[in-house]
Write a protein that binds this ligand. Structure first.
Ligand code: ZN
Length: 429
């Protein structure tokens, strides 16, 4: 792979902005310097300079990627009613082919918005892995474990066994990795949670689960178990720095302390929480307590898009308005929540630009009507930039997106295949 020099640009390395030069070669970032790089030794390489910001590839830490197919089919309903509408559609439509095609549709949307890694939870995840390899995006596969047979036809025991197979199969894959993925405290029995924690420890992979999403769920859990979700999870020994709790909306002070103590990561999904009326997660307090907060989109059936930067913008504004305090969740913190923070539970140097890290990079133009002028680059990226400002996206050094086009697949063919599924759903609803 050709050596690329991102010369004398504004760089966000996952924690701060500075003017500098980044060199990538053979899929890795090989150097980061805070000065202009001397390119005299560069005979056969690409040099990129000009009005750009270079950021790490963003990480969407909680998705159900094939659910792009169900975008807009279950609207204006609370979580429990929303699920009642979604489950029969899933039972009818989920297949290896569906997750491959509809998953890839979602991945194309992710890549176009600067996302180079996503942590998924769904069924037939191996086929999502195939699609991810085809389009060249990094996927963390989470085969969802629920108490009853899954839409993939597997019992919980079989799904757990399958998680082990996936973890073995993708041990050293440059694009695909695996997470243990129990659905939630209310759909996954403790017996299964404990087995999945063992697998998560054995393979050093994330433990990805929905937590404390709706008030109804939390109240029910407390009535059944006599304590709150994080209290019980601490007792069971399920919490650690590879724990990803999606949502974490309705929590007590005591639970926040437990989360901080065990260094868990929150995958905060504000659009989904707002649309389903689940509530506002206590992100400002979490940040103050040092809890690792990532912002994620959730699935397209409840968001209804996968634009991660827009999600970070919403997350920041939601904290400011709910706290009536504009100083909370600053722009640079919001940018960290879609880069370095979600990278932590995944390991592998994701979400940062540093020597030795994979060259997952996003090149963003700074001279459009929308983003210019750039006095404060963090706020410009968060509040002013749009899709069209993304010039290029690189995954392991390979250019995957250029000027909005996906370079790795036949987009017309994908559109054709996806629309066949859409027509079938249209007849059903
Ligand atoms: Zn979810």
């Amino acid at each position: 792979m050709k050596k690329t020099i991102f010369k004398d640009l504004l760089i966000f390395d996952g924690s701060e902005f500075f003017k500098g030069t980044v060199v990538s070669e053979n899929g890795l970032v090989t150097s980061v310097s805070r000065n202009c790089h001397d390119s005299s030794d560069c005979d056969d390489c690409e040099v990129i300079s000009g009005n750009y910001i270079l950021t790490p590839g963003m990480i969407n830490l909680h998705t159900h990627i094939p659910m792009t197919l169900f975008k807009g089919v279950s609207e204006d309903l609370p979580l429990e009613k929303w699920l009642e509408r979604i489950f029969p559609l899933e039972a009818k439509f989920i297949s290896p082919e569906m997750v491959h095609i509809c998953g890839m549709w979602g991945m194309a949307e992710l890549l176009r918005s600067g996302v180079t890694s996503f942590a998924d939870m769904y069924f037939h995840e191996d086929f999502i892995g195939n699609a991810a390899k085809e389009i060249n995006i990094k996927a963390v596969l989470g085969e969802g474990v629920i108490n009853f047979p899954a839409p993939s036809g597997r019992s919980p025991e079989q799904t757990i066994e399958h998680t082990v197979e996936l973890a073995e199969k993708h041990r050293n894959d440059p694009l695909i990795s695996v997470a243990a993925a129990p659905h939630s405290p209310y759909l996954t029995d403790e017996l299964y949670l404990l087995k999945l924690k063992e697998i998560s420890d054995k393979y050093s992979i994330p433990f990805h689960i929905h937590m404390a999403e709706s008030q109804f769920e939390v109240t029910n859990y407390r009535n059944t178990h006599g304590k709150d979700e994080f209290e019980r999870f601490e007792e069971l020994g399920l919490l650690c720095d590879r724990f990803i709790g999606a949502h974490c909306v309705n929590l007590t002070d005591r639970e926040l302390e437990i989360m901080a103590r065990h260094k868990v990561t929150v995958a905060h999904c504000p659009s989904s929480n707002m649309k389903l009326g689940s509530g506002i997660a206590r992100v400002a307090e979490m940040l103050k307590m040092g809890i690792n907060v990532a912002v994620a989109t959730d699935g397209s059936a409840s968001n209804n898009n996968l634009n991660l930067l827009e999600e970070a913008e919403l997350a920041a504004k939601l904290q400011k308005v709910s706290k009536k305090d504009p100083t909370v969740f600053k722009s640079v913190e919001a940018l960290k929540s879609v880069t370095a923070n979600p990278g932590k539970p995944l390991g592998k140097d994701r979400g940062v630009i540093k020597a030795g890290a994979p060259a997952d990079l996003v090149l963003i133009k700074t001279d459009s009507y929308e983003i210019s002028p750039v006095y404060d680059p963090a706020s410009a990226l968060l509040y002013s930039s749009g899709h069209s400002d993304i010039k290029a996206v690189f995954v392991n050094g390979k250019k995957v997106v250029e000027n909005g086009r996906i370079l790795t697949i036949d987009e017309d063919n994908l559109r054709k295949e996806f629309s066949k599924f859409v027509e079938r759903v249209r007849k059903e609803i």
